[in-house]
Design a protein around this ligand. Sequence first.
Ligand SMILES: Cc1cc2nc3c(=O)[nH]c(=O)nc-3n(C[C@H](O)[C@H](O)[C@H](O)COP(=O)(O)OP(=O)(O)OC[C@H]3O[C@@H](n4cnc5c(N)ncnc54)[C@H](O)[C@@H]3O)c2cc1C
Length: 291
Amino acid sequence: MNPAAFEYHRADSVQEAIVLLQQYGDGAKLLAGGHSLLPVMKLRLAQPEHLIDIGRLRDLAGVREEGGTLRIGALTTHHEIEVDPTLRRRCPLLSETAGVVGDRQVRNRGTIGGALCHADAAADYPAAILALGAELVAQGPNGERTIAAEEFFLGFLTTALAPNEILTEIRVPALAPRTGASYQKLANQASGYATVGVAAVVTLNPDGRCAAVGIGITGAGSSPVRATAVEEALRGADLDDATVAAAAEAAGEGLDLLDDIHASADYRLRVVRGLTRRAVLGAAGRVDRGQ
Ligand SMILES: Cc1cc2nc3c(=O)[nH]c(=O)nc-3n(C[C@H](O)[C@H](O)[C@H](O)COP(=O)(O)OP(=O)(O)OC[C@H]3O[C@@H](n4cnc5c(N)ncnc54)[C@H](O)[C@@H]3O)c2cc1C
């Protein structure tokens, strides 16, 4: 099916895009890589009257490190995130996650900002963003504000962004010493989307015990969550297989489990627990213990 008719606008700056969003209100949508918006428009699930193309705002693309924080422009594509040398070294979890999004065509066009703002329940990045404790920077008519990852995802296809705001940047801390990370995903075989995805970031004390841990879960529920009960159970513990498996039993807490044609709620819960165990052990296994 073809999309309903719309008027196309190309913004040459973030400010211009904000003015256009103000001008056209509910009838307007931003267009980044188009790999989520255009499919829903073709299905006529979205029928914006005005498309505001921000795809050429190259100021919003790229990665830089500043004082231990990695600043990733919202228009950075999945491929750019997968191969960026700074990210691979300083935040390999994001590169690993980007590398398993969809297929090559999707990774070449889709952007991290578009993926986060679309807030698909089965999207990959939210797990990593939550596990890393990222901050998201939004710009609107009243200036800039920062939103913690945990406050960004409000529900199915819903975020904390106001309709006249643009996500401009994602900020993540660079990997601390003695820290490892891992993303584990059960992918839908047709699309690649996460039926369940779990990201873990683990920091170990010199004695090998868990000093800090962040775990994010996507795909399993209508909205991504941080597995706080598992994190609490692991803090200060020896991360041996039995301890991690026991803690991972709590991974379903706080999840509003989906039950659909892809997987039942019961199956998703078992996968959530299994992948949480794998992600935590995988992250701990990647810690450079010589640091
Ligand atoms: C075949 C296929 C397979 C896929 N597989 C996966 C997968 O395995 N895992 C996965 O995570 N994703 C998957 N995706 C989705 C893909 O990652 C998209 O690239 C992404 O979800 C949207 O990014 P985009 O740049 O294309 O955004 P667009 O489609 O342009 O926009 C998406 C939404 O976000 C809004 N938006 C975009 N940028 C901004 C911004 N900076 N500020 C505010 N709002 C903004 C738009 O208005 C729109 O509502 C798949 C997509 C396809 C087509």
